[in-house]
Design a protein around this ligand. Structure first.
Ligand code: NAD
Length: 254
């Protein structure tokens, strides 16, 4: 049981249907928050008083506006936004296709801008502060082979995090980012298959390479990331804003 008490708070989690997003949803629910689970791929019929499922593509402004409106209608307010929805695409930088670049930027960068803007307007109107938490990546701080469009999109997320943090500080809205290292999800498993093919190594060799990079000796579970998100959603992080927090098992010390 978490000691972070979020009773009565309302959180929106994008990409909440699986992977890191699902772990974040579960952690927030355990802290007694009410949660809107936003995903392009989600069953919506199981909503109840504490959980609202909404099918939304975060890269579409009309869908994002409608989603935030429905959350406020259902719960009466919003306090926390977790911008977690994301996709990746792999290719050598000189070979990236225009449509792949646009797709990655639309979800990872534009989606964060659209959801943050729509929720920030509600938070400002409520006048009681709030928390915006963006899931960036180590790819928001460093370059990575085969990940050009993804790296660019995650740098954009960190840049937007810092600017929003400055502009929303007077409204007591904290804006921070989490920068995970290697997390065991479908996204990572797919990346190992495609990266393995492109490098002529195979997925297992890439997995071994991943593990060898982490001083703590293991890659992350989605819950490792959710634990830090819960902290950033709680009052215990009230004096933190504009930060990109590494959650990497020590990977970036090397
Ligand atoms: P995942 O593929 O397992 O889950 C992503 C979720 O986002 C899915 O439920 C998917 O349906 C949803 N989604 C995708 N596009 C969407 C859209 N347009 N609108 C709404 N929902 C959409 O991936 P994950 O590994 O859990 O990644 C979650 C976040 O963490 C992403 O932003 C990712 O970039 C970031 N991240 C992951 C890792 C890792 O190693 N897995 C590392 C660093 C950062």
């Amino acid at each position: 049981m978490y000691c972070m008490d979020l009773t009565g708070k309302v959180a929106i989690v994008t990409g909440g249907a699986q992977g890191i997003g699902k772990a974040i949803v579960d952690a927030l629910l355990e802290c007694e928050a009410n949660v809107a689970i936003i995903d392009r791929d989600v069953q919506t019929e199981n909503s109840n008083e504490r959980i609202l499922y909404l099918q939304t593509d975060v890269s579409k402004s009309n869908q994002v506006e409608e989603m935030v409106h429905k959350v406020v209608q259902h719960f009466g307010r919003v306090d926390i936004l977790v911008n977690n929805a994301g996709i990746s695409s792999m290719d050598y930088a000189v070979d990236i296709k225009e449509e792949d670049w646009d797709r990655v930027m639309a979800v990872n960068a534009k989606g964060v801008y659209l959801c943050s803007q729509a929720v920030a307007r509600v938070l400002k109107e409520q006048g009681q502060g709030g928390k915006i938490i963006n899931i960036s990546s180590q790819a928001g701080k460093n370059g990575y082979r085969l990940m050009g469009s993804y790296v660019a999109s995650k740098h954009a997320v960190l840049g937007f995090t810092k600017t929003m943090a400055i502009e929303l500080a007077k409204d007591q809205i904290n804006v921070n980012a989490v920068c995970p290292g290697i997390v065991e999800t479908d996204m990572k498993r797919n990346e190992r298959v495609i990266g393995g093919e492109l490098r002529g190594l195979g997925a297992e060799a890439i997995k071994a390479e991943d593990f060898s990079q982490v001083p703590l000796g293991r890659t992350a579970l989605p819950t490792d990331i959710a634990n830090v998100v819960v902290f950033l959603a709680s009052k215990y992080s009230d004096y933190m804003t504009g930060q990109g927090i590494n959650v990497t098992g020590g990977m970036t010390m090397n």
